[in-house]
Write a protein that binds this ligand. Structure first.
Ligand SMILES: NC(=O)N[C@@H](CC(=O)O)C(=O)O
Length: 350
């Protein structure tokens, strides 16, 4: 019987899926990421979405300008794919180090995705270019057909869209973002070195009962929506196996309280501050703490072909109360695990 560790020191992590927003929200939420994470893949679903090099460059500058004194953090920018994006944007963005990846949102799948892709064949020329230059394709994997139940949207996406992309572009690096089902976990495990997935804290730690039983909890509503417990179990087993193509992507997606607590609330969980503690709990509960560091800090850089970070962070087994709210006035957000005790406190070591 081994005793439970009181501290966990790991290489500084990255967040491979993050929504930072813009303006006042960016100022409020960015420090919660940059105080611990070294880099993040910044999602491009602003209104309007990031579809040109100029937009990506200026968004990156706004992020860097919003960083608190003393925080070293590198935003990795992404392009929002649709039929208006040019091959030159991707090629030059890649060459100039401005665009790390490009994101496929099926039209109307989620927040600010009305400009997304209606028919994936429309962007085949772009995918061909990305395969050639080695730019990863990041995929929101849900079909949006009205006849498909919301809980089945990811499963159908695998057969309807994802398999076709993989067959047509076998050496295109693809990240199946924020996977939520046993089918997606299996699909990635059955894939090759060109296919990986991110997993969020809430999809590992919760299932749809947590959102719907005993009252509806709007702050757990996100897309893809939380699934039933058997899917949660499959996701937990996938990360606990230490498989190298699963890595940390919080999908932290802040929306102000007024947009969440309303008759038609937005999808998104603002989970940045609780993320590392919740991930650590999941690995510990699955007796897989030996794979925690690789999930947070090694597997992502390996897939993206980027160096691992210098420096470390330490998680200490000191229960920490998560605030009820973050921000104030109209810029008020309810964080994931609000008002609950997290098992771990997390600090940078340097
Ligand atoms: N995850 C979410 O529920 N929401 C994201 C968009 C997305 O990634 O689906 C957002 O930008 O709000």
């Amino acid at each position: 019987m081994t005793t439970a560790p009181q501290t966990l020191t790991i290489r500084r992590p990255d967040d491979w899926h993050l929504h930072l927003r813009d303006g006042d929200t960016l100022n409020t939420v960015l420090p919660h990421t940059s105080q611990l994470f070294a880099r993040a893949i910044v999602m491009p679903n602003l209104a309007p979405p990031i579809t040109t090099l100029e937009m990506a460059r200026s968004y990156r500058e706004r992020i860097l300008a919003a960083l608190p004194e003393g925080h070293d953090f590198t935003p990795l920018m992404t392009c929002y794919l649709n039929e208006h994006v040019t091959r030159d944007t991707l090629v030059h963005g890649h060459e100039q180090g401005i665009l790390t990846a490009a994101k496929l949102y099926p039209a109307n799948a989620t927040t600010n995705s009305s400009h997304g892709v209606r028919d994936v064949a429309d962007i085949y020329p772009l995918l061909d270019t990305m395969q050639r230059i080695g730019m990863p394709l990041l995929v929101h994997g849900e079909v949006t057909r009205g006849d498909i139940d919301i809980f089945d949207r990811e499963k159908y996406f695998i057969d309807d869209v994802m398999s076709g992309i993989r067959q047509r572009f076998p050496e295109l690096k693809v990240v199946f973002e924020h996977i939520t089902t046993k089918e997606a976990a299996q699909f990635v495990q059955d894939g090759d070195q060109f296919l990986a997935a991110t997993l969020t804290p809430q999809h590992l730690a919760q299932n749809r009962n947590d959102m719907l039983v005993g009252g509806i909890r709007p702050h757990l509503y996100c897309l893809p929506i939380l699934k039933r417990a058997e899917h949660q179990a499959a996701l937990r087993q996938a990360v606990a196996s230490g498989h190298p193509r699963f890595f940390l992507g919080t999908d932290s997606a802040p929306h102000v309280v007024a947009a969440k607590e309303t008759s038609c609330g937005c999808a998104g969980v603002f989970n940045t501050s609780a993320a590392l503690s919740v991930y650590a709990d999941v690995f510990e509960q699955e007796n897989a703490l030996q794979h925690f560091e690789a999930f947070c800090s090694d597997n992502g850089p390996a897939f993206y072909g980027l160096p691992r970070n210098e420096g470390t962070i330490t998680l200490t087994r000191t229960p920490t109360l998560m605030a009820d709210h973050i921000g104030q006035g109209e810029q008020m957000f309810v964080p994931y695990k609000a008002g609950e005790h997290l098992s771990w406190s997390v600090k940078r070591d340097d």
